[in-house]
Design a protein around this ligand. Structure first.
Ligand code: CP
Ligand code: NVA
Length: 303
């Protein structure tokens, strides 16, 4: 069988993704019970980071520790990747030594090129276009708090960025409705919106968008690599802050998520993360459990 990669949520079938969420919940319970699950003795995860990270790095490293395996942090600053060694060559070499590779980078084509030349599974740990690992944690968190997300109304508020694009893929794979509330000029990828016509809509007014929503999600206004646009983005997104007042427009049982890091006073109000509807700390923890399920799936197969 050819090697499986996880570059976007579309690399796994809806049934495989739902199985993975169930497994993440099981692995979390095993971890809570301190039940050993060290299935990966002698296995190594290579972790290439061309952008900063707290949650992604720690969750993958801890996942490999819990599994009895190891991880290697690789930054372009001190590998030949930073000195221009081609991605193709790096993929061929690294995949002869490690058992899986996780990459956080800028262009999505970098992870595609790496995967095309890798003999082992490649995981997208965030590109400019997608952040699929975060979506596994988000869906797990929703399921734990409210049950299946199928048929629910999910509202994305803010920038049509990598997270928003991944929410569009998630809407398709987990079968929910997605409303994107963003200012003009900051829409998610047009091809994705077009592909999911009927399931994904754009509503400029965040209060209207939030009506009847079961989940509200937002993210920073300026993503990594867009730092110089901070000032212009603060102006463009001024009406798109998520606050307890905006949450009040949503359904009574609505939850709030944010992949973090968050900027209080920008995309969220100062009090949003203290609101009981915010489940961001569970969401952050679930990166660990969901990625364990993903690593197992890619290295061993469905459990
Ligand atoms: N949410 C997320 O991916 O966080 P980090 O950038 O800290 O990894
Ligand atoms: N959209 C953000 C997500 C960070 C986890 C970024 O790309 O910087």
């Amino acid at each position: 069988m050819s090697v499986r990669h996880f570059l976007t949520l579309l690399d796994l079938s809806p049934a495989e993704l739902n199985g993975l969420i169930d497994r993440a919940i099981t692995l979390k319970a095993m971890h809570r019970r301190q039940e050993p699950h060290d299935f990966f003795h002698g296995k190594t995860l290579g972790m290439i980071f061309e952008k900063s990270s707290t949650r992604t790095r720690v969750s993958f490293e801890v996942a490999m520790n819990h599994f009895g395996g190891a991880s290697i942090f690789l930054s372009p600053r001190d590998t030949q990747l930073g000195r221009g060694e081609p991605i193709e060559d790096s993929a061929r070499v690294l995949s002869r030594m490690v058992d899986a590779v996780m990459i956080r980078t800028f262009s999505h084509s970098t992870v595609e090129t790496f995967a095309a030349h890798s003999a082992v599974p490649v995981i997208n740990a965030l590109t400019d276009d997608f952040h699929p690992c975060q979506l596994l944690a988000d869906i797990q968190t929703y399921v734990e708090h409210r049950g299946s997300i199928q048929g629910k109304r999910v509202v994305w508020v803010g920038d049509g960025n990598n997270m928003c694009n991944s929410y569009i893929n998630a809407a398709r794979q987990f079968d929910f409705e997605l409303v994107v509330s963003c200012p003009e000029g900051y829409e998610p990828r047009a091809d994705l919106v077009e592909r999911e016509r009927g399931r994904v809509t754009i509503e400029r007014d965040p209060r209207k968008a939030a009506e009847g929503a079961q989940l509200l999600v937002t993210d920073v206004w300026a993503s990594m690599g867009q730092e110089e646009e901070q000032a212009s983005r603060e102006k463009a997104f001024a009406d798109y802050q998520v606050s307890p007042a905006l949450m009040d427009c949503a359904a009574a049982e609505a939850l709030f998520m944010h992949c973090l890091p968050a900027h209080r006073g920008e995309e969220i109000s100062h009090d949003m993360l203290d609101d009981p509807r915010a489940v961001v700390w569970d969401e952050a923890e679930n990166r660990l459990h969901a990625q364990k399920a993903l690593l197992e799936f890619l290295l061993i197969g469905p459990r």
